[in-house]
Design a protein. Structure first.
Length: 88
């Protein structure tokens, strides 16, 4: 795999994760709105959230959390390897 194609794959994954982040933020705001509307007696928005919770929202949140953990571990390992290389 060439350097150019690796950069394109990384850019595509970064864009996909950014889209995932904004989708999770949108659903969080919509959920807050749905709860407020539910308190006011309008149940359709919370029903919509409950309908899409397991098939859509949970996987999006899972992808967001897993990608954050992977990026954190990757950053930690890079720092660890750099500090070991400087000791030699």
């Amino acid at each position: 795999m060439t350097r150019h194609s690796q950069n394109k794959v990384k850019e595509f994954i970064d864009n996909l994760l950014l889209l995932n982040l904004f989708t999770v933020i949108f659903f969080a705001i919509f959920f807050i709105f749905a709860v407020i509307m539910n308190l006011n007696g309008v149940f359709i928005f919370l029903d919509f959230v409950q309908k899409f919770w397991n098939p859509v929202i949970v996987p999006l949140i899972t992808i967001l959390i897993i990608s954050s953990v992977v990026i954190g571990i990757n950053s930690w390992l890079k720092r660890l390897w750099r500090s070991q290389g400087e000791d030699i």
